[in-house]
Design a protein. Sequence first.
Length: 274
Amino acid sequence: MAESPRRTAAKRHYLMCRPTHFEVSYAINPWMNPDKPMDADLALAQWERIRDLYLGFGHEVSFIEPVEGLPDMVFSANGATVVDGKVLIAKFRHRERAAEADAYRAWFEEHGYSDLKVPEYVNEGEGDFAPAGRRILAGAGFRSDPGAHEELGDFFGLPVVGLELIDPRFYHLDTALFVLDEDLVAYYPAAFSEESRDVLRELYPDAVIATRQDADAFGLNAVSDGLNVVLTETATHLIGELRERGFEVHGVDMSELLKAGGAVKCITQEIRRP
Ligand code: ARG
């Protein structure tokens, strides 16, 4: 096998929301069970560990104030998609999360992001949209409306690659795929329709392929800065593959946020500037 390339980190800006009001009080994906106990202190400690890792890598982290009654607001990836400093606000599929969109909109307005769009179609931000270099990979099937893909491409002026999700356990694109750097992704093929699998194979012949166990462990719900990759420590096969490709892997325990169907990427929104 060819020697793995030297990886380099680029400075990132992330938006996070403290899990102050986090709980599992409804079920809108197959991982959620309101009857199962959740340890709120542990959830906070797990969230703080991710924040501290980002700060330790030298990244900028901003925080949005959590809102009472919005227990999933900790999953800031869903609030908006930001590319070139332009902000496409989310529009949530479920009424339980609908009010989060206004909170994210207010945050961006207050922080001087004037090129901002409130969408017509349902989109759950970076849950389904993964900017990768000068293109955006966009999932649909469970949450974001396929109509949102055109809206996305028009707003950012970038080509959009639509991908169809077929397994309800992998209901957002970011549960089945993540971007390692501009032209490299990792994904779990069985989460996608056959057609979308062909598209991915064509676009990313060198992609890191995750196993069912990696995907079940939420290992693809990961964040990469080009060098450091933060992901759930139980995705052991994926961790080995990433190390072999020259990435610095930081395995974390996300047991409590997993009870809501989210892990590292879900609690991390990236603010991309021009
Ligand atoms: N309970 C949340 C939901 O079902 C989890 C969202 C996870 N976020 C993500 N980016 N996949 O909407």
